[in-house]
Design a protein around this ligand. Structure first.
Ligand code: NAI
Ligand code: MG
Length: 354
């Protein structure tokens, strides 16, 4: 079993180190780790945020454990050298088109959500976000206009792209509560019209799943007003990015939401994938030992489940996280004072008895 570890920038290395301590405690037989540079640190060391050797390392592994990229010192670089291009490049180079972002209320956190406790408690949803298309990957540039310089980005989705993510969404719904809400903006966007028509066509293969459609602005409102109505939210790259950050706040903190990015490649043990917290490099708290490592630790649990076929270990890690949260070991993001290390150690301690 090979895992490529790409810690990246800012709090990326801090939370990844915590996840690796948990992985170490599981003592998986035959596990080999490789570590590579990605993001701003890779730009500084190799002159490129996504060096070819990092791509090769990721390709040769069964799974990638990713921290975060983004460095304010790189903000003025041309786009192709910016750290964020590394994660976009990896997702597309590795064909990782399905991004799974589970958000569920944790016992003990109900009062920390900005929502009413009974609403926070009822959250148990999965955002299935398309990851290889949309406005992130369309043609873009800068041109002159009557109003001065004009930036432009093009948003595009074809039927094949929508079909494959729709299948991933319906399959996920079949393994959950069998409800799928497709989120788009079909009242104004052509991409969304194709999206909606394609999702409706794919739904014929999944008669056991109840499908409904929601405009993204309404979905944002419904997530706050009655989040318990959602099971699987199927949506595009941009809307999924925004709605999953919003869902994380409803649960209590962005420091709690993991993600899996999957494609079609199978490994000996499961599906090849990249696993990362949904948050970024958080330069405002980097180097202070304040980052909540639980999103990274929960991302490791997803890695164990999807890429290594170790469901029992994944479940153990998730139960340990639940116990730590219920015990009130909370970082600054949840109004507590536990450091990254204290939280990681609490998870290790909980694992001893789970
Ligand atoms: P961010 O997610 O890094 O931070 C947003 C806010 O949440 C900040 O106040 C931060 O301190 C807090 N936060 C994030 N993770 C936390 C954690 N684990 N524990 C406690 N607090 C946490 O988003 P922001 O500030 O918009 O972006 C910072 C950099 O990260 C930018 O360069 C951005 O492009 C990059 N980014 C990278 C991503 C990736 O690598 N996949 C995803 C999102 C942003
Ligand atoms: Mg985001």
């Amino acid at each position: 079993m090979k895992i490529a570890v790409l810690p990246g920038d800012g709090i990326g290395p801090e939370v990844t180190r915590a996840a690796l301590r948990v992985l170490d405690a599981l003592a998986l037989p035959g596990l080999v780790l490789f570590e590579g540079d990605v993001g701003g640190i890779a730009y500084k060391r190799h002159g490129h945020p996504l060096p070819q050797e990092t791509i090769d390392m990721a390709r040769a592994a069964d799974a990638v454990l990713f921290g975060a990229v983004g460095d304010p010192a790189c903000d003025d670089l041309p786009r192709e050298h910016r750290p964020e291009q590394a994660i976009l490049g990896l997702r597309s180079e590795l064909g990782l088109f399905a991004n799974l972002r589970p958000a569920a209320g944790w016992p003990g956190l109900e009062d920390l959500s900005p929502l009413k406790p009974q609403l926070a408690r009822g959250i148990d949803l999965l955002v299935v976000r398309e990851l290889n298309g949309d406005v992130y990957f369309g043609a873009k540039g800068e041109r002159d206009s009557d109003g001065g310089r004009e930036g432009w980005d093009s948003m595009a989705y074809n039927e094949a792209e929508v079909r494959r993510i729709a299948h991933a969404g319906f399959r996920a719904a079949q393994s959950r509560r069998k409800r799928l809400t497709s989120v788009d903006k079909a009242n104004v966007l052509e991409t969304s019209r194709i999206w909606r028509e394609t999702v409706i066509a794919v739904a014929a293969d999944y008669p056991d799943v109840e499908l409904d459609h929601m405009y993204v602005d309404n979905a944002a409102m419904q997530l706050v007003k009655s989040p318990g109505q959602f099971d699987v939210i199927l949506t595009g790259n941009l809307f999924g990015d925004i709605l999953s950050d919003q869902a994380s706040a409803c649960v209590g903190s962005i420091g709690l939401l993991p993600s899996a990015s999957l494609g079609e490649r199978k490994t000996e043990y499961g599906t090849f994938g990249l696993y990362e917290p949904i948050h970024g490099s958080a330069p405002d708290i980097a180097g202070q030992g304040k980052a909540n490592p639980l999103a990274a630790i929960l991302s490791l649990a997803m890695l164990l489940r999807h890429s290594l076929g170790r469901e029992a270990d994944a479940g153990r890690v998730e139960r340990a996280v639940a116990q730590v949260l219920a015990d009130g070991v909370h970082g600054a993001d949840l109004g507590g004072s536990a450091s990254t290390e204290t939280i990681a150690e609490a998870v290790l301690k909980a694992l001893e008895t789970i």
